[in-house]
Design a protein around this ligand. Sequence first.
Ligand code: 1SD
Ligand code: ZN
Length: 258
Amino acid sequence: LIHLIQSIAANYENSWANKYPNCGGLQQSPINLDKIERDDNHSVSVRFKDYDVVPDSMKVENKGRTVQVTPTWYTTIPAVVKDGVLYEVQQMHFHWVYNNDEGSEHIFEDRKTVLELHIVHWNPALGDFDGQQGEGILVVGLLYEIGIDDEDYSNFLFNILNYAYNIEEPKSGPVYIKPFGLESLFYYNNSTKFLTYIGSLTTPPCSEGVSWVVLNIPSTVNEYQMDLFQNFELHDGDDHNNRPVQKINGRKLTEVPR
Ligand code: 1SD
Ligand code: ZN
């Protein structure tokens, strides 16, 4: 029985396409960012707007499939402007695994890193966000690798993980944490480029038309923080919440200087 449960957990993403046809589509995420052809003929502009505005509240929940942080701003909502289109921050969440160091979703420079943060944005001109629309969603992806510098202890992950023990169970929370401006996510990150391509949500219904903006250099998480992530339990005893890389099918990536 244990084997059966383990194999169901290990294969949970394989059957998505039966129920959610998009998951078998041609523009899926994540991908191996090394293998996608660079498009040098077109340029893309990416600008972060009001990322320094501190939220009025910040809620953290174990959603069963991930740990999600939902900030609320009463007045100014931070956004990403891509090619003149505004996408406002909705929530952020993480992807990781329990048994090894390959918890990220995207592959870059030949490897998966230990953790990947997604900051999900929505274009409000298209109506209300229901979390499932592909077109109109922009996700900023930030990879984390294990690092040992002291700075780690002052970074935002520490804020989020401070109350981790309250939300270890799947579908638990929320806890409210001390709000921080999202700009601080990038304080110790030396990325020089944004890697942009069109893909999908990495969870069902895998809607396509999602704009991905991935930073080209990982941030760091320390072992202690990563242990706290690995104490969060996922639903159905899942041992990971990261999807394998998907076929590129002729898509191209545009590099944008940061
Ligand atoms: O996995 C998340 C999912 O939880 C939800 O946040 C969705 C947006 O509504 O986005 C996907 S993902 O593609 O950002 N991983
Ligand atoms: Zn995600």
